[in-house]
Write a protein that binds this ligand. Structure first.
Ligand code: CUK
Ligand code: CUA
Length: 630
C-alpha cells in the first residue's frame, strides 16, 4: 500500500502535477552558497540610524559591504578624506551622521535597472545617489522647507523624479512662533527631485501642503503613470501627545499627486520662486573624484489652490503609514497602522471620482474624494497593525503587520487572505526583490523586524536587528534563515546579481585619474611647500610608500598626504594612517588618490603605516615624518 502511494506521488511529481520542488530542499541547502559560487541577488538594506546602506547577498544573508552615505565611516575614510568631506556639507554646517530609511533602485520602464540606488535622510532632510558601478555615494542633495524627510526616495518608473516629503510639519519658511499655534503656522511640502541626470540632481518643484505629517510614498506606473501617492496622517494637526491626539479621526488621507499636472503648472508659470539656501554635494565617480559643494539658492513652489488638479486626498482608515502601488499600477494599498482592515483603492475609480466630482469636502484647495468612490475593497481581518506591502508578481500582496508580528499574504484583486507567516518580532518594512516595481522577481521575502528578543546570542543590552528570509517560489512560503542586520534597516531593495555584475567597475584606471595631486609613478613623488602648507605627493605600492622619510615639516604647518595607490592589480587596496592625526584611516583603491590632512602639534618623529594587510611585507609598509619646532 505504502509503496504504491509513493510510486503514485512520484509519478505525479514527475508528470509535473504536484509542486514539491520548493520543499524538496532543506532551508540550509537553499541558503548555502558553495565555494566558488555567488549569491543570486544583491540586497541593499538601509542602515537606519547608522546612516548607511548595507549590502547583503541573498539567499546566503552574508554582509558584503557597507556603503557610507550620510555618516562618516572610518573604515575607508569617507567623510574624513579631503576628497569626501564635502559630501556631508549642509546649510546647517558639516554633519557626519544621518538617519537613512528607504533605498530605491533606479528604474527603466518600471523595472529596476541597476544604474543607481537612491536613499533618503530623515533627520536633516537629504537624498543621496549611490553609483552602482562603484558602490559609492556620488551625490547628496539637501531638501529645504522640510521638517524631516521620510516619504523618500520613491521613484517614478522612468527614474525622472524621486520623492521627498515632510515627516514633521514645521513653520514654512522657518520662524519663531508659539508651538500651540501649530494649525496657523505649520505646513508641509511634497518635493519632486529630478534624478535622471547624475551630477545634476535638483529640486524640480515643491508642493506646499496642509500641516499634516507625510509618512511614505510610492509612485504610479502603467495606467497610474504620472501620479505619486503619499500617506498623510495627523490630519488632527496635533503637536503634543501624538499617540492619542493624532489618532482621533477615523480616517486620515493618502495624498494623490498628479506630477504631470504639476509640470504643466510650472510650464505655465503658475508657481512661486522662493529664495533659500541648500547644499548639492557631488563627487564624480571618475576623473579627480573630489567632492564639491554647490550652493543652491531657490526653489519653485506650487500652491494647490493655484494649480487645480495637482492633488487630491483619498480618505484612508486610521493613520495610514505605508502606501504601495500594485505592479500593474491599478491598485493603491494603504497600511492603516491602527486599522483592522487593509484598504485597497482603485486608480480607475479614483479617476472617475475626480471626473464626476465625487468630493466629500476640500482643504486648502485640495478636494477630498469620497471613500466609497475610490475604495476597491477592504481586506477583512488581515492582521493587527498593517504597515507596508510588497508584491510577488503573481497577483499576491504581502503586508507586514507590526502588532501581530506577521506577514499576511492575499489576493489583492479579490481581497482574499491566502496565508500568513510569522516574523520575530514586530515587523516594519518587508522586501521582495523588485517587489515595489512593475515586474517583481519574487522568489524571496525578507521581513525586517524592530524587536529581536531571543533570536540571537545576547550581546549585552544592545541586540542586533533581525530579519527572516522566506522562499516564496512555491505554493507555501518556506522559512529559510534568520539574518542579523546592522543599524536599523527600514526598507530594502534587491536586484539579480547578474544585472549588477555586468555593470560593476573593478579598477579605477590610473591613466584616467585627474586628481591635481595624483602621483602616477614613484619618480614623480615629491614634497612641496606652499607657505604653511606642505603637500606630500606620495605613492603606495607593495610594500612601501614613496617618500617614506619626510623632513622639513614644522609645528604650525598643515600637512596634506596625497596618497595614490599605483597598483595594477584590482584587488589590492592600501591603507594609510599617521600617529596622532585627529582624522581616520584612508583606504585607497588601486588607481585612486586620497588625501589625509594633518596638523602636527608637537616636535618629534611620527610613524605612518599601511593599515590594510596587503602582502607578506605589509608590516614593513611604513615611514616616518619629522616635525621640527616653528
Ligand atoms: S519606516 Cu521609517 S520609521 Cu515604516 Cu519606512 Cu520605520
Ligand atoms: Cu599596503 Cu598593507
Amino acid at each position: 500500500m505504502k509503496a504504491k502511494l509513493k510510486l503514485t506521488l512520484f509519478s505525479a511529481v514527475a508528470a509535473g502535477l504536484v509542486s514539491v520542488p520548493s520543499f524538496a530542499q532543506s532551508p540550509a541547502e537553499k541558503v548555502y552558497i558553495p565555494h566558488g559560487k555567488y549569491d543570486e541577488f544583491y540586497a541593499f538594506l538601509s542602515g537606519g540610524f547608522d546612516g548607511q546602506v548595507n549590502v547583503y547577498g541573498l539567499p546566503s544573508g552574508r554582509h558584503l559591504k557597507t556603503i557610507p552615505v550620510f555618516s562618516a565611516y572610518p573604515m575607508n575614510g569617507y567623510g574624513y578624506s579631503e576628497e569626501t568631506k564635502a559630501m556631508l556639507m549642509t546649510s546647517h554646517g558639516w554633519i557626519p551622521w544621518g538617519d537613512s530609511h528607504h533605498p530605491e533602485l533606479s528604474q527603466t520602464n518600471g523595472v529596476p535597472d541597476g544604474r543607481w540606488l537612491f536613499i533618503n535622510e530623515n533627520n536633516t532632510p537629504r537624498v543621496a545617489r549611490i553609483d552602482l558601478k562603484t558602490f559609492e555615494t556620488t551625490e547628496i542633495l539637501e531638501i529645504p522647507f522640510s521638517g524631516g524627510n521620510h516619504a523618500s526616495t520613491f521613484i517614478t518608473p522612468d527614474s525622472k523624479y524621486i520623492t521627498a516629503a515632510t515627516r514633521f510639519s514645521v513653520p514654512i519658511p522657518q520662524k519663531d512662533v508659539p508651538i500651540a499655534e501649530y494649525k496657523k503656522y505649520f505646513k508641509g511640502t511634497l518635493t519632486f527631485i529630478r534624478a535622471d541626470k547624475p551630477g545634476k540632481m535638483d529640486i524640480a518643484f515643491q508642493i506646499l501642503v496642509p500641516g499634516y505629517d507625510y509618512d511614505l510614498a510610492h509612485c504610479g506606473k502603467g495606467p497610474s503613470y504620472g501620479w505619486c501617492f503619499f500617506t498623510s496622517y495627523n490630519t488632527e494637526q496635533a503637536h503634543t501627545l501624538l499617540e492619542i491626539n493624532a489618532s482621533m479621526k477615523d480616517k486620515d488621507y493618502i495624498a494623490a499627486v498628479n506630477w504631470k499636472r504639476a509640470e504643466q503648472c510650472i510650464a505655465e508659470g503658475k508657481y512661486k520662486e522662493v529664495k533659500t539656501k541648500y547644499a548639492h554635494n557631488y563627487r564624480p565617480p571618475e576623473g579627480d573624484r573630489i567632492a564639491r559643494t554647490e550652493w543652491k539658492t531657490s526653489v519653485k513652489w506650487i500652491i494647490p489652490k493655484e494649480c487645480p488638479g495637482v492633488m487630491y486626498y483619498l480618505p484612508t482608515p486610521k493613520s495610514p503609514h505605508g502606501v504601495d502601488v500594485s505592479p500593474d499600477g491599478k491598485y493603491i494599498i494603504g497600511g492603516g497602522k491602527l486599522a483592522t482592515v487593509i484598504p485597497i483603492h482603485s486608480f480607475e475609480k479614483m479617476i472617475n471620482a475626480i471626473k464626476n466630482k465625487q468630493f466629500a469636502g476640500e482643504v486648502e484647495g485640495i478636494p477630498i474624494l469620497k471613500y466609497e468612490a475610490v475604495n476597491h475593497c477592504e481586506v477583512p481581518n488581515p492582521c493587527l497593525g498593517p504597515l507596508h506591502t510588497e508584491f510577488d508578481g503573481k497577483g499576491r500582496a504581502y503586508t507586514s503587520c507590526f502588532i501581530s508580528s506577521d506577514v499576511v499574504i492575499y489576493d489583492y484583486k479579490k481581497c482574499k487572505v491566502l496565508d500568513r507567516v510569522p516574523t520575530y518580532y514586530s515587523v516594519g518594512h518587508l522586501m521582495i526583490p523588485g517587489g515595489d516595481s512593475a515586474k517583481p522577481w519574487g522568489k524571496y521575502l525578507l521581513p525586517m523586524n524592530k524587536i529581536t528578543k531571543d533570536v540571537f546570542l545576547p550581546t549585552g543590552p544592545e541586540l542586533p536587528h533581525a530579519a527572516q528570509l522566506y522562499d516564496i517560489s512555491g505554493s507555501k512560503p518556506q522559512f529559510l534563515l534568520d539574518m542579523t542586520e546592522l543599524g536599523e534597516p527600514h526598507y530594502a531593495q534587491a536586484i539579480p546579481a547578474s544585472i549588477l555584475m555586468k555593470k560593476s567597475l573593478k579598477i579605477f584606471e590610473l591613466d584616467k585619474n585627474t586628481h591635481p595631486y595624483a602621483t602616477k609613478s614613484e619618480e614623480a613623488a615629491k614634497v612641496v611647500r606652499k607657505g604653511n602648507e606642505v603637500h606630500i605627493y606620495m605613492t603606495a605600492i607593495r610594500s612601501h610608500f614613496t617618500p617614506d622619510n619626510i623632513e622639513g615639516v614644522k609645528v604650525g604647518d598643515t600637512v596634506y598626504f596625497h596618497v595614490t595607490n599605483i597598483e595594477q592589480d584590482w584587488d589590492i587596496p592600501h591603507g594609510f594612517a599617521v600617529l596622532g592625526a585627529n582624522t581616520s584611516n584612508l583606504l585607497i583603491m588601486p588607481g585612486e588618490t586620497l588625501t589625509l590632512k594633518w596638523t602636527p602639534k608637537e616636535p618629534g618623529v611620527y610613524p605612518f603605516y599601511c593599515t590594510d594587510f596587503c602582502s607578506a611585507l605589509h608590516q614593513e609598509m611604513q615611514g616616518y615624518i619629522r616635525v621640527s619646532p616653528k
